[in-house]
Write a protein that binds this ligand. Structure first.
Ligand SMILES: [Fe+2]
Ligand SMILES: [Fe+2]
Length: 203
């Protein structure tokens, strides 16, 4: 998706004094709708946002924390549609200008370590990276199944992962790398994505 020239050449983002400063969900959707014209990309961003929020809730985090996770997922590709050569620099600078919590900005900055050159550190960083590509592959799989998400099994997803011609743009290397960094078993990660993506209709 991205090219090496997207390296951000820094590891710190935002200002610590903006901790807990967030966009409301309405503000985030406004930004998303203004910046992203591609409906498929919008669905992807909403799906990743949903996964992030659900994971934070499952981990017992507060509603403010879960909202931050949600925002990171929801906005991580905000600049990809119109400004692919500035991905993800533009959204980072926008959120910095809006004085948003640095944790959210940093999570967005490390959703592709190979491209942006930023190492995932926190749980939020690692899970955004872990969900990003896998979410897209699972969704592509649902679109080719007549029954969509109904009855989807982990082993079916694993078969598609092995078949490099299926959703060929999805980086298997990144999925494995992300699961390792998050110290989460790939089967468990797939099961979570399937369960949470199937239970919501974001189209
Ligand atoms: Fe991206
Ligand atoms: Fe993405």
């Amino acid at each position: 998706m991205e090219t090496p020239s997207l390296n951000l050449h820094r590891q710190e983002f935002g200002d610590p004094k903006n901790k807990d400063q967030v966009l409301s969900l309405a503000e985030a959707h406004e930004l998303l709708n203004a910046w992203v014209l591609n409906d498929r990309l919008k669905v992807h961003m909403k799906q990743v946002g949903h996964l992030m929020k659900e994971y934070a809730i499952q981990e017992g985090l507060s509603s403010l924390e879960a909202h931050k996770w949600h925002l990171a997922g929801l906005l991580h590709d905000a600049d990809w549609d119109q400004w692919p050569d500035q991905h993800c620099r533009k959204i980072i600078e926008e959120l910095e200008a809006r004085s948003i919590d640095p944790e959210i900005i940093r999570a967005i900055a490390c959703h592709g370590p190979r491209y942006f050159g930023v190492e995932p550190r926190t749980r939020m960083d690692k899970m955004l990276y872990a969900f990003d590509e896998l979410s897209g592959l699972v969704h592509a799989y649902s679109l080719m199944r007549p029954e969509g998400y109904a009855g989807m099994e982990v082993k079916g997803v694993k078969k598609r992962l092995k078949d490099k011609t299926f959703a060929a743009q999805v980086s298997r290397e990144d999925i494995d790398d992300a699961a390792q960094r998050a110290e989460i078993n790939l089967e468990d990660l797939i099961a979570f994505v399937v369960a949470k993506q199937s239970s919501t209709d974001l189209n």
